[in-house]
Design a protein around this ligand. Structure first.
Ligand code: C5P
Length: 219
């Protein structure tokens, strides 16, 4: 029997990769599975929250009456879906692996392999979480940082730059952490606190993250 510690709260979670179209059949994407975000959604729901889960293409399934799943494809679609709900949420958790760049133009027809070289011009995608941070009024915002070097410094930099309340760091230097694994090893930072966790299943990591969020909300 789980205590309904998030009863009355609305939690928005972004999850999965984004796909950025090149032409009608191709895209730029990444290997994010969406597992971390779906685990967070399930755990938040168990704790009594109303959950808005906005996910890019992912094979994860969720069947929970407190979770509304909105499927999107690109970063721009994810951004506009987030802002349909942003004013009404209490907690925002950005676990999506958003593509940093998207093709400037989407070819109308399938690109033919005629030339030996092909150049695709990319332009920067909107930073969804940074935009959430800029428009923050009352929302408690949680970001993720997936780093390979200067981990702590980079994570703290993102906490500041994106106007977050908390950031979850996973270092790719830790075995079993990150993207495609079923496990994760995290460190959490706020402006004043730091906490380090052991390697765990993503379901257990979701519990640690939400416990930490709840401890901050009580402050
Ligand atoms: O700057 P970086 O991509 O490392 O930041 C990671 C955090 O920002 C994650 O929480 C990710 O979900 C979020 N993000 C986003 N939109 C982007 C890029 C990152 O929401 N375009």
């Amino acid at each position: 029997n789980i205590e309904k510690t998030l009863e009355g709260k609305t939690v928005l979670i972004t999850a999965g990769p984004t796909y950025e179209a090149i032409d009608p059949v191709r895209f730029i994407g990444n290997h994010s599975s969406g597992k971390m975000g779906f685990s967070l959604a399930e755990e938040a729901s168990k704790r009594g929250a109303k959950v808005i889960l906005i996910s890019g293409p992912s094979s994860q399934k969720i069947n929970d009456k407190n979770v509304t799943l909105h499927k999107v494809t690109s970063a721009k679609e994810m951004l506009s879906k987030v802002f349909e709900f942003y004013d009404k949420i209490d907690i925002g958790i950005a676990s999506a692996a958003v593509a940093d760049y998207a093709p400037k133009e989407v070819a109308k027809e399938k690109i033919k392999k005629n030339d030996d070289n092909l150049t695709i011009e990319l332009i920067k995608n909107p930073d969804i979480l940074k935009t959430m941070g800029e428009k923050k009024t009352h929302q408690f915002l949680v970001g993720f940082a997936l780093e390979t070097q200067n981990e702590e410094e980079n994570a703290k930099g993102k906490l500041e730059k994106k106007n977050l309340d908390m950031i979850v760091l996973n270092s790719l230097r830790d075995e079993g952490a990150g993207f495609k694994n079923d496990t994760n090893k995290i460190r959490i930072f706020t402006k004043t606190e730091k906490k380090e966790f052991d390697l765990k299943s993503k379901d257990d990591v979701a519990k640690d993250i939400l416990d930490f969020v709840e401890s901050q909300l009580l402050k």
